[in-house]
Every structure is written in structure tokens, then in C-alpha cells.
Design a protein around this ligand. Structure first.
Ligand code: HSE
Length: 326
């Protein structure tokens, strides 16, 4: 019987960064925590803390539980009954990678519980297959900015160190938008000149982020693959994408499949307040309340704490409460 308890802290992520549809991602300083231990007796217990996780199953249909079993199966061990606790400050279905962070958290916690038999790359391959694209999961697993590809059988990834002067402002609208709905808005075919435009923008963006060329970000964050088609689902988005740079953003994009909007900002910009007010006011003009948050790129993947032997010193929420955004 495994007598070990693990807690993993996983970052949220933003996908696409404008033109890098299903390819670029960046980890953000907003987190989910998952604690996992094996139960010697009794049935699986799943404790979900905080209002953000309302509606998520607490039985064995829970995603964290199912992914943990997948890891155990692959490693050839059997741990049918688990105690899982979770708290997340990443809002669900808003385009901040909440499901990717749950997947990465579950894979990392389950793997650590059995002594890490699976390599990081294996976890990345499993996560990409589960999520369907590598952008959010890659960012949550490796931290920083990631450039990835997926051919349906293998995912590849290169991680870039975010520039230390890069800040991120997100405006999180008070409505949910499922990735499925946001993907349904996309056409099945696009014109060659739009494809070329995105190849150019995405390549330039990667080079600009890698070399700290902040001046090029506003040109490079333009997209013709998905944002124009998703605009109708997020009133105010088109104005924000067009005008955010005039209010101090280096560039702006829809975060993942939305509805969250994201602006990259140079740390110390004198226009921070103006930009934040512009995002809020533009959405409000469309009748949409939004919460704004200033974040940093998160430079590392999951942080893992492991306790060997019995550990009754503190409850899950007591352990993490000092780290949660109030
Ligand atoms: N790249 C994905 C999309 C992210 O834009 O649909 C959402 O999971």
C-alpha cells in the first residue's frame, strides 16, 4: 500500500496568443491545486473546494480520478480507491485552460504518487491526446511560452523563456463559452492568403517573443484564422483587438477559445490604468461585466510537494491558503 500524499500546484494558461491557433501557449500566474493519496480502505473521496468547481462530479466519473487511473494502468499498478482534493482559482470555460490544468495536475499527481515512472514527454503526449491540441496542456506542463505541434499521433514542443518585463492583463467576461461552441464558429476551409497571413504573424510573434522585440508584437498578434469568426460570440472583442494598442497594450488576443480577452503589456507601462479601464468599458458598452486581473507569465510547470508516511499535520485548504489569490 502506498503511504504517500502529493499536492500539485498547476498554472493556468492562455492558448493561441492571436495567430498561433492550437500551437502557441503561455502559462499564467493563476493556479489550481490537487492533492492525492491512496486509500487503504473505504471508497474514493473527492473533495472540491470553492464555488468555482460547482457542478463537477465527485464520483468516479470525475476527470481527475479517471486520469489518475489512466496513469496507474499505463504504469501497471492498481490503486482503485483515492482521496482527491481540489481547489482552483482558474475560472471554468473562460479560455484560461482550466481543463488543461486539471489534466496536467491529475497526470502529475498520479505519477508522483507511484514514484514518477512516466517521463514528462509521456505525460505531454497523453495530455495532448486527451485535450485534442497541445497549446494549453504544454504551457501548464512546462511553464513559460510554448511553441508546439501535433500531427494526431505525436506532439512536439519548444519552450521559450518569457521576457521578465512582460505583464499580462486579462478581462474575464461574466459568461461562459464552451470550446466546442467556439470551435463550431470556425469555417472548415480558409483562403490561402489568410493562411499565409497567419504563418507570417505566428512566426514573427515567436521570433519577437524570443528576442524581446516588444515593438513587433502589435503587428505579429494579428490573426485571420479564428478570431474574426469568433467575434460574434464575444461582443466588444473586435474593438478591443483593434484599439488595445492605442491604450498601451503591446498586443491583444482572445485567450484560447474565449471569452477572456488578453493584452500583453510592458511592465511599468504608464498606461496600465487606461488599458484596464478601456477593456472594462468596451465590454460594458455591450452589456458585459468583466473582471480584470494583472498576471505574469508563469515560468515553471507544476510544483509538487510529496509527504512520505502518515501526515495529519494540516488540512488541504490550510496547506494552500497562504498562496491563493484573495
Ligand atoms: N486552441 C484552442 C482553441 C484552445 O482556440 O480552440 C482552446 O482549448
Amino acid at each position: 500500500m502506498i503511504n504517500r500524499k502529493v499536492i500539485v500546484k498547476v498554472p493556468a494558461s492562455t492558448a493561441n496568443l492571436g495567430p498561433g491557433f492550437d500551437t502557441l501557449g503561455m502559462a499564467l500566474s493563476l493556479y489550481a491545486w490537487i492533492e492525492m493519496s491512496a486509500l487503504a480502505s473505504g471508497e474514493t473521496v473527492i473533495d472540491l473546494h470553492g464555488d468555482g468547481l460547482n457542478g463537477i462530479p465527485r464520483d468516479k466519473s470525475n476527470l481527475i480520478y479517471k486520469i489518475a487511473q489512466l496513469v496507474f494502468d499505463e504504469a501497471g499498478v492498481a490503486i482503485p480507491e483515492l482521496h482527491i482534493s481540489m481547489y482552483s482559482e482558474i475560472p471554468l470555460t473562460r479560455g484560461l485552460g482550466s481543463s488543461a490544468s486539471a489534466i496536467i495536475g491529475a497526470l502529475t499527481a498520479a505519477n508522483a504518487l507511484i514514484g514518477n515512472p512516466l517521463e514528462q514527454d509521456r505525460l505531454f503526449q497523453i495530455a495532448t491526446k486527451l485535450e485534442g491540441h497541445p497549446d494549453n496542456v504544454g504551457a501548464s506542463l512546462f511553464g513559460g511560452i510554448i511553441v508546439s505541434s501535433w500531427d494526431g499521433s505525436r506532439a512536439e514542443l519548444i519552450r521559450l523563456e518569457p521576457h521578465p518585463e512582460l505583464d499580462v492583463l486579462v478581462a474575464i467576461p461574466a459568461f461562459q463559452l464552451s470550446t466546442e461552441k467556439a470551435r463550431h464558429a470556425l469555417p472548415s476551409q480558409i483562403a490561402l492568403n489568410d493562411a499565409v497571413f497567419n504563418v507570417a504573424s505566428s512566426s514573427l510573434l515567436v521570433a519577437a517573443l524570443a528576442s524581446g522585440r516588444f515593438d513587433l508584437i502589435k503587428h505579429a498578434m494579428r490573426d485571420r484564422l479564428h478570431q474574426p469568426y469568433r467575434a460574434a460570440l464575444i461582443p466588444g472583442m473586435a474593438t478591443i483587438l483593434e484599439e488595445a494598442t492605442a491604450h498601451g497594450a503591446l498586443g491583444a488576443a482572445l485567450s484560447g477559445a474565449g471569452p477572456t480577452l488578453l493584452a500583453l503589456v510592458e511592465a511599468g507601462s504608464p498606461q496600465r490604468g487606461e488599458l484596464e479601464a478601456f477593456l472594462k468599458a468596451t465590454l460594458l458598452k455591450e452589456g458585459i461585466e468583466a473582471q480584470t486581473m494583472w498576471l505574469k507569465p508563469c515560468v515553471s510547470g507544476p510544483e509538487l510537494t510529496v509527504w512520505e508516511g502518515p501526515d495529519e499535520s494540516a488540512s488541504f485548504m490550510e496547506r494552500i491558503k497562504g498562496e491563493i489569490i484573495a
